[in-house]
Design a protein around this ligand. Structure first.
Ligand code: SF4
Ligand code: SF4
Length: 99
């Protein structure tokens, strides 16, 4: 299956709000602290956005909507990424896309 890149993805998310996934260092601290053990959120998911992998984001909609928005990850993030706000914006983007 070929991979279709969507350069507009990050721009669309920035238009929805203060999306700051580009600041992610991909360190994995968030995955280690998540009570749900959501490995995809946020680090891999944010990479998908940075690289314009819109279909990968759509495929992770279940994980995106299962996030508790508890901020456990955000409080430990060394880069100060606004993780829960990014998740909210991803939800909005998915809903506007019709999932
Ligand atoms: S803790 Fe922060 S910097 Fe590290 S992977 Fe998660 S979002 Fe990125
Ligand atoms: S907000 Fe909570 S549930 Fe969601 S990814 Fe972060 S730690 Fe996990």
């Amino acid at each position: 299956m070929s991979t279709v890149l969507s350069p507009a993805l990050a721009r669309e998310l920035h238009q929805l709000g203060e999306f700051d996934a580009e600041a992610c260092l991909n360190c994995g601290v968030c995955s280690a602290t998540c009570p749900l053990g959501i490995d995809l959120l946020p680090r891999r998911l944010f990479r998908y956005v940075v690289f314009g992998l819109a279909q990968r984001v759509r495929e992770e909609s279940e994980a995106i909507f299962s996030c508790l928005l508890c901020r456990a990850c955000e409080q430990s993030c060394p880069a100060g990424v606004h993780i829960t706000e990014n998740v909210r914006l991803l939800r909005r983007w998915l809903l506007e896309e019709g999932l």
